[in-house]
Structure formats: C-alpha cells, structure tokens
Design a protein. Structure first.
Length: 100
C-alpha cells in the first residue's frame, strides 16, 4: 500500500470496485453497512430514549437499568460493526490477491 493516505484511499477504492461483484464481497459489504447504520441508531436510541426515560420513569433503578441496556446494545453493536468492517476489508483483499 502507498504511504500517502490519499493514495491509499484511491487504491483501496479501486480494489473495492474491482471486486464488488463477488457474492462474498457484496454480502460482507451489506453486513457492514447494516451494522454501521444500526450502531448510529443505537447511539440515537441511547440519547433519545435514555433522556425520555430519565424524564418519564419514576424509579431510579428502572431508569438506570434501561440506560444500561441501551448502552450495552450500543457497545455490542459497535463492536460487531468494527469486526464486520475488518472482515469486509479482508474479504476484498482476499479476492484481490487471489485474482492476481
């Protein structure tokens, strides 16, 4: 890979475009996009529903439990998105290197 980040990005995008029609790359890309979007939603849920629960629910224990559940959802999904993203990159690189 080139040392320049801009050139590295161009190279990566070119490799992605060359391999994007392989079923494994398509599925990996779909999985990554789904989990990326779910992570963003989980963050919004944590903020929005967490704030709503804090204002509406009377029990401190229930509020904390709900916030903990929302936080756990965010952490788990964020980790899954990062893992699937790394797997996506590996899948593209595997197809690129096997085609040469």
């Amino acid at each position: 890979m080139p040392p320049d980040p801009e050139q590295e990005n161009r190279t990566w995008y070119r490799w992605l475009k060359e391999t994007e029609k392989f079923p494994a790359v398509e599925q990996s890309h779909r999985d990554f996009l789904l989990l990326r979007d779910y992570t963003a939603l989980a963050a919004l849920f944590l903020i929005g529903f967490g704030l709503a629960a804090w204002l509406i629910v009377d029990s401190l224990q229930a509020r904390l439990l709900y916030m903990l559940a929302l936080l756990a959802q965010f952490v788990i999904v964020r980790h899954a998105a990062a893992t699937v993203g790394a797997r996506f990159v590996c899948t593209v690189l595997a197809h690129k290197t096997s085609a040469q």
